[in-house]
Design a protein around this ligand. Structure first.
Ligand code: SF4
Length: 161
């Protein structure tokens, strides 16, 4: 089992790490704003991609909702669903598109049940992903509020409270 798989199956540890990082990034906001978000994005996106790729198989959507999806990246779903599962989950809990792959949303549900802080957020309806943010740092987009920029009629999951 890879380190990433092991960590993903310990979502309580991951949500704690997310919470600590979230608070740290928020407290650094005044400094980062002075440096300039665009410059910070250039510095941060490489290390963010590397770290999140190892742990979450991250696809750098730039609008991270891991804490709302059982610390399971929704973009690894072959249908890229932000709300799941679709109607095609197989009887053995595997994916309709890739039969050898466990359904991302079954995993998200199972992991959310183990979480202590954000598990309930799986019930939230997530807005469509903003493809214009692809490749950028989700942490910087959280600070600028760009991740809250959703189509009319939708409500973003606010992780900044
Ligand atoms: S939700 Fe987006 S930013 Fe978060 S791990 Fe998945 S692809 Fe990466």
């Amino acid at each position: 089992m890879s380190l990433g798989s092991w960590l993903r199956n310990h979502p309580r540890l991951l949500e704690w790490a997310y919470d600590v990082t979230h608070q740290a990034v928020k407290s650094l906001d005044p400094v980062l704003a002075k440096i300039g978000y665009s410059r910070v994005d250039t510095w941060l996106r490489g290390p963010e991609e590397l770290g999140k790729k190892i742990v979450f198989d991250c696809r750098m959507c730039g609008q991270c909702i891991l804490h709302s999806t059982g610390m399971t990246c929704p973009m690894t779903c072959p249908k890229n669903l932000r709300n799941g599962p679709c109607g095609g989950v197989r009887g053995n809990g595997h994916c309709e598109v890739i039969p050898t792959m466990p359904c991302v949303w079954v995993q998200a549900y199972e992991r959310s049940q183990k979480m202590a802080i954000y598990g309930e957020e799986l019930r939230l309806i997530n807005p469509p992903v903003n493809r214009q943010l692809e490749g950028s740092s989700a942490w910087v987009n959280m600070l600028t509020g760009e991740d809250m920029n959703v189509p009319p009629g939708w409500k973003a999951t606010d992780s900044r409270s």
